[in-house]
Design a binder for this molecule. Sequence first.
Ligand code: NAP
Length: 452
Amino acid sequence: MSGEMDKPLISLHLVDSDSSLAKVPDEAPKVGILGSGDFARSLATRLVGSGFKVVVGSRNPKRTAGLFPSAAQVTFQEEAVSSPEVIFVAVFREHYASLCSLSEQLVGKILVDVSNPTEQEHLQHRESNAEYLASLFPTCTVVKAFNVISAWTLQAGPRDGNRQVPICSDQPEAKRAVSEMALAMGFMPVDMGSLASAREVEAMPLRLLPAWKVPTLLALGLFVCFYAYNFVRDVLQPYMQESQNKFFKLPVSVVNTTLPCVAYVLLSLVYLPGVLAAALQLQRGTKYQRFPDWLDHWLQHRKQIGLLSFFCAALHALYSFCLPLRRAHRYDLVNLAVKQVLANKSHLWVEEEVWRMEIYLSLGVLALGTLSLLAVTSLPSIANSLNWREFSFVRMPRCVATSSAGNTDSGTRRPEFQSQDPHLRALHHQTSFLGSQSFCCSLVPVSTPYGH
Ligand code: NAP
């Protein structure tokens, strides 16, 4: 483990011949870390790699020193907090009180709270860990930061998906100092305001795909309904009426018949809220009125619903490819051939059937291709690389492919929201971004609570 932790990260000039992190220049800013656990080790490695001088405070420095990069100084807690102005508190909340003996040395310093509560702790405590730390050390400035970054990410280096570091504090200067450190370490600081936001910041790692919950339940619900219907139609009815045993169809055939039904309904649910929103605006005669909450939530979930539709369509394609591989299909073919021989027919060719299948397959492939294009352009990295015109251009084929869903979107630019209130403007900006990231923008391209 220590070998891994000693690997060079950013500053190659800090690496000595045996690939461990070597001495940091004396003029480098000094940062303290309290605790010597997983997070403290990764943080120390990254800070050293980013050009900082690091001093680690441990209750037992002898035991832990070997786990840290050689450039980091590992010492007792009292000594570690004496000189740095910024000190990371890499210990759990329940151990904060044990640090109170350091109160005198910590006067006027910046304490960075990196802790994450468990779900139970989050519900149990009304005040955030950072606010609790601030109450224990009233002479210090507490900054909440880095809790959304795992020890692994710190060690491996920031990657695209997890570069953002939400930061909050009651002291703008302290916040700025920690933000600069985050930038130096390769992360992207995001100002979350005062320390009162710490509870919200601490809740971030506890979330489990909140935007996907309702769309996934919806897709599952639709799947169950359509599956039940197809089961009754294709399996139960033949069994009841003609005593035919077709239960073998349950794992593949019925699933394959169900998937496109779910995909179609989900796709129509991507477009329907846009149409409803447009109708509502026309009926109200204004775009400056809030949409009802249910419609607003629906509009904001279009991307997820669209991607689930694509997922079902892709599964349908895969299942369809597998259909001829089944034993049942081979037996059917052989039986058909035998029947043909018995009926003394040498050439079976129904022109209409042939054409129908060719067109059916071709349209299916084209529809899946179009849907794939839409799914790909909904990826933030791709959507961000397109300007509005390019984005609209890529979305054009959708109008043809889904005209049955009532979409007449011409890809016109949305009107700019003009408000004197900076909060409203920021909200508009944020929600406009969400709208543009939508799987497919709707007839009225808004997903904001305001119908502008
Ligand atoms: P850990 O490996 O268990 O380390 C905790 C450290 O706390 C110990 O190594 C210990 O160091 C120190 N400590 C100080 N006073 C203590 C006391 N009275 N009793 C026990 N230990 C005490 O935990 P961790 O994973 O590094 O997490 C540390 C903090 O970082 C937590 O608040 C956690 O929520 C946060 N965090 C962790 C991660 C992660 O990926 N691990 C990610 C984000 C945030 P000494 O024995 O040297 O004093």
